[in-house]
Each structure stands twice: as C-alpha cells, then as structure tokens.
Design a protein around this ligand. Structure first.
Ligand SMILES: Nc1nc2c(ncn2[C@@H]2O[C@H](COP(=O)(O)OP(=O)(O)OP(=O)(O)O)[C@@H](O)[C@H]2O)c(=O)[nH]1
Length: 188
C-alpha cells in the first residue's frame, strides 16, 4: 500500500466512437469503473472516478472543472485542484488490460524526483499519458498548458523530465475505443 498516492480513473470522455459509455462496459464481470476502483484501492490511499459535468456515479468521484477545453487534461487538473499535495496515478477507463501487475510495475518504477512516471510507446517513443503517475510538481505545468489553450497531456509530459518505462507488457496501454476493437480483444 502506497499512502502517498491517489488514483484517478479517467471516464469523462464522450465515448463517441464506442457509442456507449466506456466506463460502464463489463470486461471483468463488472463495470470498468468498478473493476479499476477495486483494483486501485489495493495500491492507493484513495480512488476517484473522473467524470464530466453531465455524468453521475455511485463511486467516489471528481467532477471536471468548468474549463474551456475537452480533454483528459481537464480531469487531471480537476484532481490536482482537489488535492495538489498528492501524486495522482491516472488510468483511463478504456484500458481493459490494466491489472495488478501493471499497477505494481508502474509503482515499482516510480521516480518521485521526476515530474511523472509513464510507459514509453515503443514505436513513436512518446510517453503514454493515460496510464501514468503525475507528481504534484507537474500541476503548475498542466495549468500553464491549459492557460495557453493546449490540451494534450502527452505533449506536456514530452516537454518535461519524466521517468520513462521502456520494457513492459504493451497490452497494458492498449485502449479500446470502438465496438470492433472490443469484439476482437481476448482478455484471458
Ligand atoms: N474527466 C475527463 N476525462 C476525459 C475527458 N476527455 C476524455 N477523457 C477520458 O480520457 C480517456 C481517453 O479519451 P478518448 O478515448 O481520447 O476520448 P473519448 O471521449 O473517451 O472517446 P471518443 O469520443 O470516441 O474520442 C478516456 O478514459 C476518457 O473517458 C474529459 O474532458 N474529462
């Protein structure tokens, strides 16, 4: 149990490609938001679902601030606004392969001196921003980016000194956005 870290399950997107809310899909016998909540509470001091202003959930949640952009960045900034003194382990709800091994591995590789700890995409060599530990000092960098109208958390990560994990199970960062992708995945 790492008490100095909170978890955020990003779920506030529009799911327009899937046509239904991705956080409510069952890959593991329960909704994806419940699955990730149950998983992450074993590792983090508290866990929240990140939802937009039109969503509700029975789980603990952080609702998006009223910002002029639509992006996962809004969810992350809203979490830091609620608690700027914790690190945030951020996971997108549409990553069904995230499991105990993925979370434990991310935490083992965490470098608290850096702005963040993220998996490196093997092809493009960019940091995957949606299965990442964001350390408290990155909050002001995210705010600066949003104030400049930028909405890509990946680009913010790219511009900073972060811990990049290069060897890992690539499935962990696979996200499922469409019905076709969903029917083609083999979880077990
Ligand atoms: N809290 C919050 N989460 C978001 C927001 N936009 C996207 N996300 C989450 O970020 C992750 C990646 O989102 P995308 O797949 O890029 O977008 P999406 O809206 O979920 O799906 P599409 O509408 O099909 O693009 C998902 O877990 C989303 O729920 C937002 O504005 N607020």
């Amino acid at each position: 149990m790492n008490l100095s870290i909170s978890a955020l399950i990003l779920s506030g997107g529009l799911s327009s490609r899937m046509g239904e809310e991705k956080r409510l899909i069952h890959y593991h016998g329960k909704t994806q938001e419940q699955y990730l909540f149950d998983l992450l509470k074993n590792y983090c001091s508290d866990v929240y679902v990140s939802i937009n202003q039109n969503q509700t959930t029975d789980l603990p949640y952080i609702q998006d601030l009223d910002l002029p952009i639509k992006s996962p960045m809004v969810g992350i900034i809203s979490a830091f606004q609620q608690n700027p003194n914790t690190a945030w382990l951020v996971v997108a709800c549409d990553m069904p392969f995230v499991d105990e091994k993925a979370v434990a591995y991310l935490l083992q590789n965490r470098n608290q001196e850096k702005y963040a700890t993220a998996f490196e995409n093997p092809d493009e060599h960019f940091p995957e921003p949606l299965l990442t530990i964001y350390e408290p000092k990155i909050y002001e960098k995210l705010q600066e980016a949003v104030n400049q109208g930028k909405k890509s958390p990946m680009k913010v990560l790219q511009s900073l000194d972060i811990q990049l994990i290069k060897e890992y199970n690539l499935q962990w960062i696979t996200n499922i956005n469409t019905v076709e992708e969903r029917t083609n995945i083999n979880l077990f």
